[in-house]
Ligand binder design. Sequence first.
Ligand code: COA
Ligand code: AMP
Length: 638
Amino acid sequence: MPDAYAQALARSLNDPEGFWAEAARGIDWIEPWQRVLDDSNAPFYRWFAGGILNTCYNCLDRHVAHGRADQPALIYESVMTDGSRSYSYAELLDLTARFAGALAQAGVGKGDRVIIYMPMVPETVVAMLACARLGAVHSVVFGGFAAAELATRIDDAKPHVIVSANCGLEPGRVVAYKPLLDAAIGMATHKPASCIVLQRPELAADLGPGDIDWNDALAAAEPVECVPVAATDPLYILYTSGTTGQPKGIVRDNGGHAVALHWSMQAIYGIDAGDVYWAASDVGWVVGHSYIVYAPLLKGATTVLFEGKPVGTPDAGTFWRVVERQRVKVMFTAPTALRAIRRDDPEGACIAAHDLSSMRALFLAGERSDPETLNWARDHLGIPVIDHWWQTETGWAITANPLGLGLFPIRPGSANKAVPGWDVRVLDDTGHPAPADQIGSIACKLPLPPGTLPTLWNADGRFREAYLERFPGFYSTGDAGYMDADGYVHVLTRTDDVINVAGHRLSTGAIEEVLASHPDIAECAVTGIADAIKGQVPLGFLCRKSGHERAGDDIVREVVALVRERIGPVAAFKQAVIVERLPKTRSGKILRGTLRSMADGKEYAVPATIDDPTILDEIAVVLRGHGYPAIGSDAPSN
Ligand code: COA
Ligand code: AMP
């Protein structure tokens, strides 16, 4: 008799329409769908075509109508303001309906875009849900991005309104958002009709003629009802790093998203209505969209919104204090946060000091979980610690260990096994299945399950090219790894120029574009090197223009400032070295992988295609001079 997981996986792959139609019963529909899966325009698949619903209704109104009005929907915990506040479903609905009225008064209607550039405060969730209520399309931009990144997103999404705040709070500093917002609007070609600005008490910001104070907007607004939308209409756009400086606008639909996320709460996380769930991420990332906002609320659970860092302010017990106080049942964070906690509390004293008996499991994602950190957390917490793998594009987990369906043995180092709905394969360079344990490209057979990206915003061609052309019939994840004989998937590295810094996805190409704009730089390369806490951090290799022999230290200081100004502090770009030449293949491709191995002090094979291997020795000398453990081209071949 197969277990519930194996049964669900088999059914989801053999009868996807039946499987997802059953899951769709967890959602309230205004009109039922005509086709569960519309493949008439493949590879642009559409889930629940013909169905009509409203995502905000499913997150709020229906729970209020069915007895959850007084249950906490959202608990805001901030170590930055030392505040905690709970919002019941009725309160969150009231605020959302009124803010939707404010947006409507500002001219926002169905299909219009709204950019949300805000810190981790409850109003951010209200703004997102208010857009969903109106059928407007939100695009949340992470607060750690600089003005130029925001401007790029403004020009791509063309928002009618921007919702922002005067400031965000980072340890030791208040980040003034308003000057960044104004600069971004100044840079962008597209101009929003107005901006609604939340004024936090920590900073006074002067509002301009096109700005509306959040409180004024709310006071003047009437609550509005939910606008029916098609299941296939877009709910949001979330930009993520690709291989160039132009981010990809991942589109999420309404119907498939609601069905998949609602299903995932019980099946993957073992969460029922009324349980407390905490994803310690940021609403600016996909984890925040899916598991701070939409999935817990679709399920009728209580979600925790946390502002602050896991360590430092006040100490490494921050997470555990919140778990104890709010009786969190399941928590989700990035391995980098655990590494930071472990660094400050290696013996787990802060864990032992708290009553964590409410906690059933800890889920990790955003980057590979190193087994040492995972085992450390498991040993001290005494609960399953589950690595699961997903991407902005997929919106929810591709591989996991499903708490709700029944856990199978955890194999640290792996991201567990394919989640029902996902046909995961490891392919070799020719597109053939790689044998067990052999590294290849990880791909997922089409059609992808509901909740995944139907396309890129205004870029169908780029969608095909980026994800579907490499392996026809498959979605190419951009990740490489292997599957063992028991089906555990080990996700090892990216196959493109994307790096993962503290669980944040960054494009080395985007950083290179900024470095190359410096007047003294002729050529450059950026690679991600190993970091004990952040997993990876970017390292720049800079070649000066001939005749531009200014001191290397000055140039490095300037480019570090330039990346912070153009991309934002989240890039964590703090290291660069000046080199005379970059190693390239005979066809001129920079050997970034070799540079990374060198800076990490790893053994590497001198690529057969290298144009001039002596460059590696020059670079090794420079790297060692800066304290990197690099070996030269005398490294043993493997
Ligand atoms: N607004 C403005 N600045 C921000 C910001 C925001 N929303 N978020 C981060 N930054 C800044 C930080 O202040 C920092 O600036 P600094 O260079 O002046 O110190 C920089 O961006 C890098 O931030 P971060 O990567 O968060 O590093 P950190 O050293 O401040 O904290 C960790 C390290 C590990 C504690 C932190 O990265 C963490 O908790 N990560 C969890 C990641 C996560 O949730 N990922 C989501 C996927 S699940
Ligand atoms: P993002 O789109 O920002 O969520 O980043 C997605 C990328 O992060 C993936 O393509 C992987 O490279 C990496 N990633 C996320 N989760 C994991 C995991 N559990 N194990 C390994 N890599 C992961």
